[in-house]
Design a protein around this ligand. Structure first.
Ligand SMILES: O=C(O)CCC(=O)C(=O)O
Ligand SMILES: [Fe+2]
Length: 282
């Protein structure tokens, strides 16, 4: 443990105090990415929250939230269909044609349509319920937050590529930053075998040593190493929403039939070097 503290301390120095050196931001980021799973997430400690939702998020890393208004779902479907038509250079007219195109082409997950492609996503990213939630959970003022909104689509294919990193269908945690939150909404109905999202409650607080290296994990490995292995599967009608600290273990699941459109909003604190938030005590 002493050695680890030492290494963490040196890495922190490297990241924080080498502002004038030739070390590029991307190398600093790479170091912090490797280091992050070994750190305690002190911003979660000693928090007393009256707001039940935030309290649940702090304890479980997960909470369902109010559903997304149905009226704009079909607008977002159309925007996403247009995005895919352009991206794949095909003429898609509705979700059925998107579904048959993706499964015929063996595309398990599409690239995401981002905030810059669709202004409604930017608007929703800034929506009070969303940014206010991120602010309270992360304990960071909104002027210090950045992030994006996106929509992507999972489809059923004959050969599932669940282990492919880009598909996010194997257990993993997101270590894009030390302190972040994601808000998700299904934009299609998601039943069991419909690509339901899964999460291990409480796994966002601290990663056991054996699970700290950043890669995809088998469920058995998580079950063995997490003291409290509580898995949840999230299903629900189009519009269902949940907030999740994806530093905890999560995954999508291969879809057996149909497609799943998932909208997400990511919130990060602006200190891109993970600088001052990092505490090396463990
Ligand atoms: O598709 C899913 O349900 C998982 C997505 C995911 O891993 C992520 O957005 O970080
Ligand atoms: Fe993820």
């Amino acid at each position: 443990m002493r050695h680890l503290k030492h290494i963490v301390g040196r890495c922190k120095e490297f990241v924080n105090f080498n502002a004038d050196s030739n070390i590029s931001m991307s190398s600093k980021r790479a170091v912090m990415r490797l280091l992050t799973p070994y750190l305690k997430r002190n911003f979660l400690k000693n928090r007393v929250e009256k707001n039940q939702l935030i309290d649940r998020l702090i304890n479980d890393g997960f909470s369902s939230i109010t559903s997304y208004d149905e009226k704009s779902i079909s607008y977002l479907h159309d925007a996403f269909i247009q995005f895919c038509s352009k991206h794949y250079n095909v003429s898609l007219t509705n979700l059925d044609s998107l579904e048959s195109f993706l499964s015929k082409s063996e595309i398990q997950r599409t690239p995401a349509m981002y905030t810059q492609d669709e202004s409604l996503l930017a608007e929703l990213w800034n929506k009070e319920e969303h940014i206010g939630l991120a602010e309270s959970y992360l304990g960071v003022n909104r002027s210090e937050l950045h992030g994006v909104g996106s929509i992507d689509c999972l489809a059923s294919v004959s050969q599932s590529k669940a282990d492919d990193d880009l598909n996010a269908l194997a257990w993993h945690r997101d270590v894009d930053h030390y302190q972040f939150l994601k808000i998700f909404y299904y934009l299609t109905d998601v039943g069991i075998d419909g690509g339901q999202h899964e999460y291990i409650l409480g796994s966002h607080v601290q990663t056991p040593f054996s699970l700290a290296p950043i890669h995809r994990y088998k469920e058995g490995a998580l079950e063995k190493s997490l003291i409290n292995f509580k898995k949840i599967s999230v299903s629900g009608p189009a519009g269902s929403g949940f907030a999740e600290d994806t530093f905890g273990f999560h995954r999508g699941t291969p879809i057996k039939k149909g497609i799943r459109l998932l909208m997400q909003f990511q919130y990060y604190s602006k200190s891109i070097s993970w600088g001052n938030e990092v505490d090396t005590e463990r």
